[in-house]
Design a binder for this molecule. Structure first.
Ligand code: HEM
Length: 419
């Protein structure tokens, strides 16, 4: 048996929190290995990197998700009893519920809703001295998400709901007040959508067939039973919360357009595939998901390394998207690189890898790409604006992260075609 290279620290939890997105990629380079181990929260953790590491991580004969997610993530970002925590047939059955909502027509509907909502907000942005893009875009996406999911809301609900969904996302790498805020936000949001599900089932609330609220309210598990109100609320939030998370990528789009003005021109007049390459490079280049976790199902050996049942195993998501063995000059922003990408399910994994039906790969990846194509074109063609002096640095030790200023724009004007 070959020994797995071991991090020397007694426990690396504090280093992970201190080093953030750099933590796993640095160790992969230090040990010149796609596999290494360490202790996290007092527990042994094996870390996998590289395309072959991702392929192993998504082999369900060897790994399962049960017991892999820490409680602090379940009480904030994800919720308990959701699709992320299931394995095997229970997972596949629940996943169908999500994937059925992702038809080409439904993705087109979401993009159209985003464009319409964006144009309505643009009229307001024109009246303001300056606009912080991050919270505004989150609100645009949230409003469009509720309409897309068939979730009714009153005007007064939209700001607090957006803030709550944003707080759940912001909590994932946070401790102390950030964690507490995310937990409270989840509690409020689950109560709000839970009541909606109960009302649909009691016939007190109309739900449009084919939309998420209807599909989740009436989804039956393998035993023929409806989801509990709690699990139904977790799953409904599993759709509208990550749609709001796309707001972080939209802010990165604005940053990329600011730092690479040639991309603005290419979005306006470049090849038809350019918006897609641009959206893909945004998801590859900018930091979002740092890592993923699973547990070893039963003892096995891989390349001479022994994996023991129950061992926590982490996948280096950010590192794989920046792996110099796969990506030429990975730290340069180059949308055109996607012209030649080989489409492997394991070398570009900003929203997980493997396949959608059997693995835990993100159910909303297509929707994310479509939304990002739409917002990139909107940023480049629907408006003009100035970017005043501000702190645009990205703190790579904070998870999740953003440009420090939230991206402030001034003198916003709709262009003639959208006015
Ligand atoms: C799963 C990232 C947007 C719904 C995941 C996973 C990641 C991820 C890393 C886990 C993959 C794994 O465990 O192997 C992201 C990012 C997004 C995004 C970075 C955009 C900022 C969305 C959207 C939706 C969505 C827009 C729905 C509309 C889901 C669901 C799962 C998931 C339901 C669980 C899938 C499963 O367990 O089988 N996402 N996601 N995500 N995502 Fe996303």
């Amino acid at each position: 048996m070959t020994a797995i290279p071991k991090d020397k620290a007694l426990d690396s939890t504090l280093s992970l929190l201190r080093e953030g997105y750099h933590f796993l990629p640095q160790r992969r380079k230090r040990y010149h290995s796609n596999i290494f181990q360490m202790r996290l929260m007092g527990e042994k953790a094996v870390c996998l990197s590289g395309e072959e590491g991702a392929a192993l991580f998504y082999n369900q004969e060897h790994f399962q998700r049960e017991g892999a997610l820490p409680r602090r993530i379940l009480t904030t970002l994800m919720g308990q009893g959701g699709v992320q925590t299931l394995d095997d047939t229970a997972h596949q059955h629940r996943k169908v519920l999500f994937m059925k909502l992702m038809t080409p027509n439904s993705l087109h509907q979401y993009s159209t809703l985003v464009a319409e909502t964006w144009r309505a907000y643009l009229r307001r942005w024109e009246q303001l001295e300056q606009v912080e893009l991050f919270p505004e875009v989150e609100e645009v996406l949230c409003r469009a998400a509720c309409a897309w999911a068939g979730v009714p809301f009153e005007e007064k609900d939209i700001k607090p709901l957006t803030r709550d969904l944003s707080a759940m996302i912001d909590a994932f790498g946070g401790v102390g007040p950030r964690h507490a805020k995310g937990k409270l936000a989840r509690h409020r949001a689950e109560r709000w959508v839970g009541k909606m599900v109960d009302n649909v089932r009691a016939g007190k609330q109309y739900a449009v067939e084919g939309k998420a609220l209807h599909a989740i309210s009436w989804h039956r598990e393998l035993d023929g039973k409806l989801l509990s109100t709690h699990v139904a609320s977790v799953e409904l939030l599993n759709l509208i919360r990550p749609i709001v998370a796309i707001g972080r990528f939209v802010v990165f789009e604005a940053l990329a357009l600011h730092e690479h003005p040639r991309c603005v021109e290419l979005l306006r007049t470049g090849p038809a595939q350019y918006p897609e390459w641009f959206a893909q490079e945004i998801r590859r280049f900018y930091p979002f998901t740092p890592l993923l976790g699973a547990r070893v199902r039963a003892d096995f050996v891989w390349h001479g390394y022994r994996f023991r049942k129950g061992t926590l195993t982490l996948l280096d998501v950010h590192g794989i998207n920046h792996d110099e063995r796969q990506w030429e000059h990975p730290h340069l922003f180059r949308p055109e690189r996607f012209r030649d990408w080989n489409g492997s399910p394991f070398n570009f994994i900003p929203q997980g890898g493997g396949d959608y039906a059997h693995n835990h790969r993100c159910a909303g990846e297509w929707l994310t790409i479509e939304a990002l194509k739409t917002t990139a074109v909107l940023l480049a063609t629907s408006m003009t604006y100035e970017v005043p002096e501000q702190d645009l640095s990205i703190d790579m030790t904070r998870m999740p992260t953003l440009p420090e200023s939230g991206f402030i724009i001034r003198n916003v004007r709709a262009t003639a075609t959208t006015a």
